[in-house]
Each structure stands twice: as C-alpha cells, then as structure tokens.
Design a protein around this ligand. Structure first.
Ligand code: CMC
Length: 426
C-alpha cells in the first residue's frame, strides 16, 4: 500500500491525503489543498530542496555513498580524479574514459597570466587565501565568456574541466602570494595531488616530488571532501545556479559559504581549541566547561550525522599514515583523549554528538605544513566536483529558480513621517 498522511484543516473541517514518496511529501500536493500556507523552516532543517542521485547520506547509521559506492571503498581504492568523474558522470570511468579525463584536467591546470599578474597580485600582502580564492573563482567568469552558455553541453563540460583543474593552481597561488613566495607553475607530469603539493612547496629544486604517502593522504582527503549532498555551500551553488548564473559565479558563492567557520572553517577552530587546551591534564576541565555552556567542542556534532561521521574514521586512520612521514602532531594525543572523554559522557551521548570530518583533518593539515588559513581552501579544492555535479543535475532537470517564501512579522502598513516630526525614544 502506498504511504501517505492525512491532514485535517481545522478551519474548514476538510481532510485530505498527501502521498509520501521516498520519505518526502511534496509541497505541490500540500499547496493544492492549502494554498498560501507556507512551511516555516529556518535553516531548511526539514526541507528537501532537491531530488538528487549524487550522494546518499544516512546520518543515523553513519553511511555516506557517492553514486552508491561506499565512501570507505572509494577512500581505499579510488583516486580523487576518478571520484570527480563518478560524481559528475554517475558511473565509474573505464580505462579510456579515465585517461581522457585525467589528460583533460591535467591540461587545464594553468591559469591565465593576467589572473596571476594583474588580479592575484593586486591583493594586500596579508590577504586571507580563502578570500583570494572566492574572488579568483568569480573573476574566472570574466576570462571565459563562453561560460554563460550554460545550456550548451560542450561549453558546460569545458567549464567543469577548467574549474576542477584550476582550483589547486589558484589555491596554491593564493598561499604563495600570502607568504611572499613566487608562483609555481603546474607540472603536468605529476598526478593531481602531487602537482598541488609541488605548487605549494617547491622552492629552487628543478622538480618537486612529495613523499608518495603524503600524496596519497592528500588524495584521500580530497576524496572525502568531494561531496556531501545538500550542505550549506552546495545549497549556495544550487541557489545561484538556479538563477542561471555562469558556473564560476555560482562556485564563487559556494566558496564564500564554505569560508564560514560553521562550515569549512571548523577544522581551524579544532586546532585553536586543542592548542588552547594545551595538555592532557586540562581535557576534563575543558569538557566540563563545554557542558556548562562555555563554547562548543569543535569538530563534534553535525546537523545530519547522529553517529560517528564515516569520514572522521578514515581521516583518523590517515593521520597515522601522515605522521609516519611528518612525525606525530603533538595535538593528536589531546584530540584522542578529548574524543575518549566526550564519547563516554552522557552530555555528548544523549545529544548524539560524535567527531565529524573536521576533528582530525586539521591535525593532518598542520602536520603536513599547511597554515590554518589554508584549511578551508583545502576543503574547496575537491568540493568543486560536488558543487559542479549538483549544478549539472540542477540544469539537467531544468529546476525552478530558488525563491522561498517568508513569514512576515514586521510592521503593519503605516504612513511616512517627515524627519522633523519623528519622535524617538531617548
Ligand atoms: N559541542 C557541545 N555541544 C554541542 C555541540 C558541540 N560541538 N554541537 C551541538 N551541541 C549541542 C547544542 O548545544 C544543543 O544542545 P541543547 O539541546 O542542550 O541546546 C544540541 O547539541 C543540538 O545542537 P544544535 O546547535 O541544535 O545542532 P545543529 O544541527 O544546529 O548544529 C553543528 C550542527 C555542526 C553546527 C554543531 O554541532 C556545531 O556547532 N559543531 C561544532 C562545529 C563543527 O564541528 N562544525 C563542522 C561541521 S562538519 C563539516 C561541514 O559540514 O562543514
């Protein structure tokens, strides 16, 4: 039997039935019976804004899958570029498709010289790299005027390749600029993650080759951050994309959303918190102060996961692999102790607060030498694949422009009062 709910409008006594499909009720069905009655849903906590076949997430069970493939298997066996292909095309590539995809991305990593010379170098010397990235992604739309042809599949594919390929170049350029180091051109003989590390760290050596274990760790972190269904930045991408803006402008909006400390900035907050705690002896007092309402345990809790974030498990394991190369980040012991104390405490258990992806990722980034300002930038590099997959999906289904309703609680109509007649409370 098909599932449904029955609603009775107590104003009229009329009852009607609304079908439940795939766990959702359609607002169109609702509007048929109750025109003009809106859902008040701040934070869109109970609203499914899109039908999507990209990422499956079950927060209660701690399950994350891209196009049906468990994140654990992808992190173990795949590469970020293969995952980006999967997110965008819906299927894993065969050898020929993969080689072409890697070749296409590799040959679009360069940025226009004017982006670097005229645009990036115009920023103040201590500009935040994420602020630079937001602006640089937006600026790309002015370099690729064909990007406006969003209903031309060939043009769309071209912008997708450009954006995925240029994110690491822009990210590394933003970093190098912010520390006064010269720009490093992409090295097309390197893999995607190895090229990024080369653009970050190369100094005077003819060729920079990062330790393969760090290259792999970078790739795994890129895989884990590639998509996460309808999160804040993806929603920003969809909202701006629904107005039919070009993909660079939409991706700039998504990058801006990711800049926020509640979203892409949480791993930076974790490092600050662990540094402030400073020693194992202070962990219990810190947890006590969080329980008393003095701040939050950063890197814990999630709007959707009410279980251990499956990405956090993989990041934790990756941390040990990175530390084999870099030496252990001294903050790790504090993090482990914090997790142990929190996971056995009723405050966190009853609220179903578990470590999220950010709890351990900052510790790895720090051990690899990235400054905290770069953490959200590292998140943005792979998330572009997810944003673009959602943007594609939105255009393919010819989605409506996002234009929500509001619950107006302001003044009723009133007459304009000339300034000299206005009375103010002192
Ligand atoms: N530490 C202590 N208490 C917490 C925490 C925390 N990290 N997170 C939630 N709570 C408590 C909160 O005080 C509330 O308690 P009560 O019911 O007594 O008022 C309850 O748990 C529910 O919290 P909420 O704020 O209603 O939950 P939310 O779904 O709106 O917030 C969150 C989700 C991620 C913003 C929040 O858990 C948080 O601020 N966590 C710390 C920041 C963080 O790690 N963010 C990264 C998210 S994952 C990466 C990403 O998606 O970008």
């Amino acid at each position: 039997m098909a599932e449904s709910i029955t609603i009775t409008d107590n104003r009229t006594g009329e009852s009607f039935e609304i079908p439940i499909e795939n766990g959702v009720v359609s607002s169109h069905e609702w509007q048929k019976h109750l025109p003009g009655i809106w859902f008040y849903d701040p934070g869109l906590m109970s609203t499914a804004m899109a039908e999507s076949s990209i990422t499956y997430l079950d927060g209660d069970q701690g399950i994350l899958r891209y196009r049906g493939y468990p994140i654990e298997q992808l992190a173990e066996e795949s590469t970020y570029l293969e995952v980006s292909y999967l997110l965008l095309h819906g299927e894993l590539p065969n050898k020929e498709q993969y080689d072409k995809w890697v070749n296409d991305i590799t040959h679009h990593t360069f940025i226009h010289e004017n982006v670097r010379k005229r645009f990036l170098e115009g920023f103040h010397y201590d500009a935040h790299p994420m602020g630079i990235l937001v602006s640089a992604v937006a600026a790309l739309s002015t370099f690729y005027s064909d990007a406006k042809n969003i209903f031309d599949p060939a043009s769309r594919d071209k912008q997708i390749v450009r954006l995925i390929a240029k994110m690491p170049t822009l990210a590394a350029a933003a970093y190098r600029f912010s520390v006064g180091m010269p720009f490093v051109y992409p090295d097309n003989s390197l893999s995607f993650p190895a090229n990024f590390l080369s653009m970050m760290w190369k100094i005077a050596e003819p060729r920079y080759e990062a330790d393969p274990r760090l290259v792999r760790a970078m790739d795994v972190l890129f895989i884990l951050h590639a998509d996460h269904e309808q999160n804040c930045s993806t929603t920003a991408m969809r909202v701006v994309g629904s107005a039919h803006a070009d993909p660079y402008s939409a991706a700039a909006a998504a990058t801006a959303a990711l800049y926020g400390p509640r979203h892409g900035g949480a791993n930076e907050a974790v490092i600050k918190m662990l540094t402030e705690i400073g020693s194992l002896d202070n962990v219990s007092d810190f947890v006590k102060s969080v329980k008393e309402g003095h701040g939050r345990l950063q890197g814990f809790g999630h709007r959707v996961y009410k279980n251990y974030d499956p990405r956090a498990k993989i990041v934790k394991r990756t941390a040990y692999e990175v530390f084999e190369v870099t030496g252990k980040n001294p903050l790790l012991d504090i993090a482990l102790k914090l997790e142990e104390v929190a996971l056995s405490d009723d405050y966190f258990i009853s609220r179903r607060l578990y470590p999220n992806v950010d709890f351990y990722s900052g510790i790895i980034y720090q051990a690899m030498g990235f400054p905290v300002d770069m953490f959200p930038v590292l998140f943005a590099i792979p998330r572009i694949s997810g944003w673009l997959a959602h943007w594609n999906e939105l255009l393919e289904e010819d989605a409506k422009i996002v234009r929500p309703r509001q619950c107006y609680v302001g003044s009723d109509v009133r007459d304009y009062v000339p300034m000299e007649k206005r009375e103010f409370e002192s």
